[in-house]
Design a protein around this ligand. Structure first.
Ligand code: CDP
Length: 235
């Protein structure tokens, strides 16, 4: 368990505003229209994009615009306690928030009656899987050549007792001392437009502003890594 001290020390020795080591690559699934892998520390997400293509089932077609359909799934072996396969309340929620995080940058009005499918698989999990999935999906959409206004970058900011830290591990998410943990996953475009924010815990308005500043700086770093991976694939 993370220790509570006046000068808070992170269990893995990172600075408060330091991200875990990141690896990112696109084109990892040849049969997909676009694909990417995004790793933050021990959390690894793979995303595959198929489409835009005709929407099936047909009754779900929107004649005015395309539909983004995300499916988030944690592999049974992604954590030490085996996860029951199949859809859960949690996976349904994360699939939905991933759609909401990505939709604002997509030009779905160009694809009436069509669907863009994104499949996100978490092959290893140490917290922050929704953020890693959104980062991978955003890169996979760009890799597929889907028209986008920008990339979306995602990171979780946490309040452990009173201390704000970025990119929580599972050990940090389980912090139980003082005021306990507050987990705030946030997704933004690199120019700072928020496309998704969740809040699990309690935080005051002043500290929430700080959270957004910390998140924005982390997102600038993530964006550079996503951009580099995309450039490498197209060079
Ligand atoms: O992964 P994320 O932080 O976006 O979502 P969460 O629901 O807060 O889950 C935090 C972490 O708990 C996951 O990343 C996994 O490491 C772990 N977890 C687990 O061990 N078993 C589950 N059924 C769900 C999550």
């Amino acid at each position: 368990m993370a220790k509570k001290t006046e000068n808070f020390e992170r269990p893995d020795g990172r600075k408060l505003n330091e991200l875990r080591p990141i690896k990112a690559r696109v084109g990892v699934i040849p049969n997909a229209d676009g694909s990417a892998i995004y790793q933050s520390g021990d959390t690894i997400a793979i995303a595959a994009v198929y489409g835009p293509k005709k929407m099936h089932p047909q009754h779900q077609q929107d004649p005015a615009k395309g539909v983004l359909r995300c499916s988030y799934n944690m592999m049974t072996f992604s954590v030490s306690d085996r996860i029951k396969p199949g859809t859960s309340r949690r996976s349904t929620e994360i699939s939905k928030i991933t759609e909401w995080a990505l939709e604002p940058v997509l030009m779905l009005d160009k694809f009436p009656g069509q669907v863009i499918d994104i499949f996100i698989h978490i092959i290893q999990a140490d917290a922050g899987t929704r953020c890693a999935g959104i980062n991978a999906a955003s890169m996979a959409l760009a890799h597929a050549g889907v028209p986008m206004k920008n990339l979306v970058c995602s990171v979780s900011v946490g309040k452990l007792d009173k201390t704000l830290v970025v990119d929580l591990t599972k050990e940090e998410e389980d912090f139980e001392e003082g005021e306990g943990p507050t987990d705030i996953p946030v997704s933004m475009t690199p120019d700072g437009k928020i496309t998704h924010l969740q809040l699990d815990g309690k935080i005051g308005p002043e500290q929430l502003k700080e959270v957004l500043d910390i998140g924005k700086k982390a997102i600038e770093e993530i964006y550079e890594i996503q951009k580099k991976a995309l450039k490498e694939a197209f060079n």
